[in-house]
Design a protein around this ligand. Structure first.
Ligand SMILES: [Zn+2]
Length: 404
């Protein structure tokens, strides 16, 4: 077979090799040029050439931490964390959560502010203020900012930077990417918050090196990130993964999406609070206002609270079993603020997965509960920009709006 068409696009091939080198260095942590050459299958001369370019761009650096085998210690290559900085932001119903990270996704400064309003212009202003404040706190000059990533709820067309449907603010087709680009004058990526979190798992977390995995988030809503063939699956226009809105009981409770009996009406935080309130009104529980109080009730053995969480876990586990039957993932990562409920929900969830997933497929799947950190959403959003450094030219997504 002639390789002429490939030679006709040297720039593309070079871009592919460059991303493979960067990804291998990221995955290995530290690696010698010889090991890179062996692992990737490129000639030592090509590796020297590509790594020289990456060194010059400040994206990688040389260290001498390698194991010595009698002789001098080999020079290893690592990602240069100070090669650039990005800001990741998560927009919730009431707050803007932000973090500034280096290229290894390490958080250097963070900030949580309360929203002044939900109009797009108000959000843009709030974001601009937070970006400035995060840079200042970390003593990073604005010229070293490589981009801003924003994760938000609902259906997002990340290719074109459009919030197609925001379930809380009622937005329809808001060109948020363009508005932010105009204000911030830097590269901007926006995406659904769960997809952003899944991107972070893929690049830096438990999903590193796993080509088929799912991320299920529990919190104010129930989310799903799908990774197939090492790539995030977005659906035809960015709407994949609305796991929280699969119908569990058509005769059930009304859902925020306008339908009846969705998974969220059984498992999401507002649903848990509502079930708790019903139990309190019936005199089965003491009065309470927050989810943490409800968790405390269950931990101290109040039967109605224990039952409420275990029922939610059972419903969730059954639906995760359905996902396992459809996707045959190697890994399911359970994440989100709701993981703080802990074993109260997970023991029944795990039992239901075992009961309802096909046993052969279940044995292929590891289910892992992610320890939740407050910065996780923001780091996820930061990784929307970070992935630009590591993705191949074929898979690289267009920025929300081209660089000014
Ligand atoms: Zn729904």
């Amino acid at each position: 077979m002639s390789d002429k068409p490939l030679l006709g696009n040297r720039k593309l091939i070079r871009g592919l090799n460059r991303s493979t080198v960067l990804n291998t260095i990221l995955a290995e942590g530290a690696i010698s040029r010889a090991a890179l050459s062996k692992s990737i299958g490129l000639s030592p001369a090509s590796i020297t050439n590509l790594t020289a370019e990456l060194l010059e761009q400040g994206l990688i650096l040389e260290t001498k931490q390698g194991e010595s085998r009698g002789g001098r210690r080999p020079t290893l290559l690592e990602i240069n964390p100070d090669g650039g900085y990005v800001v990741g932001l998560k927009l919730t119903d009431r707050q803007l959560i932000g973090a500034l990270t280096d290229l290894s996704a390490k958080v250097l400064s963070n900030e949580v502010t309360t929203l002044d309003g939900s109009q797009p212009e108000q959000i843009v202003e709030k974001i601009a203020g937070t970006v400035t404040s995060l840079l200042k706190k970390a003593h990073v000059p604005r010229k070293k900012l490589r981009g801003v990533g924003l994760g938000l709820a609902g259906v997002v067309d990340s290719q074109n930077g459009i919030s197609r449907q925001h379930p809380i603010f009622g937005w329809q087709d808001v060109p948020l990417g363009a508005l932010l680009q105009e204000k911030l004058k830097t590269l901007v990526h926006i995406d659904n918050d769960v997809k952003a979190l899944t991107t972070a798992e893929l690049l830096y977390g438990a999903g590193q090196g796993v080509s088929e995995f799912l991320t299920v988030t529990i919190g104010r809503g129930i989310g799903l990130g799908i990774v197939v063939g090492g790539q995030l699956y977005r659906g035809s226009r960015g709407g994949s993964g609305e796991f929280g809105h699969i119908v569990v009981d058509p005769k059930g409770q009304p859902c925020s999406c306008g339908k009846i009996g969705c998974l969220e009406t059984f498992v999401a935080e507002p649903a848990l609070l509502q079930s708790g309130q019903c139990a309190a009104e019936n005199g089965d529980l003491d009065p309470f206002t927050t989810l943490d109080e409800l968790i405390n009730f269950a931990e101290s053995g109040q039967t109605a609270a224990v039952k409420l969480f275990s029922t939610a876990g059972q419903v969730l586990g059954r639906e995760i079993a359905n996902l396992i039957n459809i996707f045959n993932p190697a890994l399911v990562i359970v994440s989100g603020e709701g993981t703080r409920i802990g074993e109260l929900i997970f023991s029944s969830m795990t039992a239901a997965i075992k009961e309802y997933a096909m046993s052969t497929l279940k044995s292929d799947t590891e289910v892992r509960i992610d320890p939740w950190g407050d910065d996780a959403w923001a780091v996820g959003a930061a990784s929307l920009v970070l992935q630009d450094f590591f993705s191949s030219p074929i898979n690289r997504r267009k920025a929300a709006v081209p660089r000014a």
